[in-house]
Write a protein that binds this ligand. Sequence first.
Ligand code: 5AD
Ligand code: SF4
Length: 436
Amino acid sequence: MKTYHIITYGCQMNEHDSENIAGILEAMDYEYCDDPFKADVVVMNTCSVREHADKRFFGMLGQFKVRKKEPGDFIMCVCGCMPQQPVIQEKIRKQFSWVDIVFGTQTIGDFARLLNDRVRTGRHQFSIMANNPALPEEGNGKRLHEYKALVNITYGCNNFCTYCIVPYTRGREKSRSMEDIVTEIRGLAADGVKEVMLLGQNVNSFRDANGNGFPTLIRAVNGIDGIERIRFMTSHPKDLSEELIACFRDCEHLCKHIHLPVQAGSDRVLKRMNRHYDRARYLDVVRRLREACPEIAISTDIIVGFPGETEEDFEDTLSLVREVRYDSAFTFIYSPREGTPAASFEDQIPEDVKHARFERLVDAVNEISLEKNALYQGKVCDVLVEGRSKKDDATYSGRTDTFKLVNFRAGCDVVGETVAVRITDSKTFSLEGELA
Ligand code: 5AD
Ligand code: SF4
C-alpha cells in the first residue's frame, strides 16, 4: 500500500484543508505514514502569514530533494497560501523543479485528478487558479481529532486589510448553504463529535443564498443533538451584530469565548490598515459582549510595526490591551507581503524598532493572561477532555468552555468526556487541576 504524510503550517483554515487533503488521499487508498521521510507522497500545506515564512518553507522543502534519488516513485506536493504568490511560484518552477504537484487553496478539489495524472504520466502538475475555484467536497475529510471538528462555513475574504495576503490567495468570499453545513454537522454528531469550530475569514458576514445570516446558523447548530460546544473563528469587529451578541446570551452550547482581532489600538493605524472600525467602536463591541455574557473570554490578534506606526500609536495599542484585558493574544511583527498595499507604503518601520515594540507588547499581554488565569484558581470547570499526555498516562488535557487549556490528573480514561476539574494552579498559557 502507498503511504502519505502531510506537513501543515498556519491557521485552522489550513489545518482543515489538510483534513480534506487526507480524506482525498485515503479515498484513493493511500495510508497515513508518521514519518515524512518514508512516505510515498508528501504534501506541504504552507502558510505565508508569519515572518520569514518563505525562508522556512524553502528550507524545509529542500530537505526532501534527496528522496528523489531513492528508488521508488516519491511524489512531492506543495499547496496552501505560499505557492499562490507569483514570486514563490516562479522560484518553485525554476529552483525546485523536482516538486511534482503544486496546487492552491482554491484548487484542493483538483488534487485527486492531479495526483492520478502525475502517477500516470510522470509529468509535473500545476493547478493554482482559480477563475473557477475547485473547492473540496466537505464532509469527507479525515478528522485530526475524534471529538472536535473543524467546519468551513465561508471561503475567502472581501475585506482587503492592507497588510493581508488572504484575499489574494483565498479569493472572494463565498458562503456555503446553511442546509449543507447543518447536514454535515448532524453527520459529525452521529460520528461522536461533541465540539464544532465554524471556520471562515470573517464568519460574521456569512450569508447563504436563502438569506440566512450567521446568528441564524448558530441557532440552527445549537439545536443539533449531540453537539455540546460551538466555537467560531474569525470574527471581524466591523460586522459583529447585536443578533450575534444575543446568541451568547441565548444559546447554551455556544462557548463563552470569542476571538476578535483588533490588530492595533490607534485610529490612524486602523484606518491605514483598512479595518473599518476605530478604537471606540471596538471597545464598544467588547463592552456589549461582556454585558451580554460577563464570563466571556476574549482573545485577539495584534500587529506591531505596521508602516508609519509611531511610538504614540504603539502606546495606543498597549493601552488598549490594558483596557480590554485579553485572555490571550496572538502577536505578530508586521512583515510586508508582496502585492498588498501596505508592502509599498513608504514609511516602513526599522526591524530593531519592530522587535523592541514586539517584546514590550508580549510582556504586557502575558502579564494580563497570567492574572486572568489566576482568577480560575479554586474554581471547578467543565473540561472537554481531548487527550492524554504522551509522557504520563495519568495526565490528561482538555479545554474549558472559555478555551483555557487545562492539564489534570485522573485515575481512569476520560478522553472524549466532559468532566469537572478543580483548578489548583495557573500559568500564562494553561491551567492545572484535579478531577473534582
Ligand atoms: N504581517 C504580520 N501579521 C499579519 N497578519 C496577517 N498579515 C500579516 C502581515 N503581513 C496577522 C493578522 C491576522 C493574523 C492571522 O495574522 O493579525 O489577524
Ligand atoms: Fe486578511 Fe483582513 Fe480578510 Fe482577515 S479580514 S483575512 S486580516 S483581509
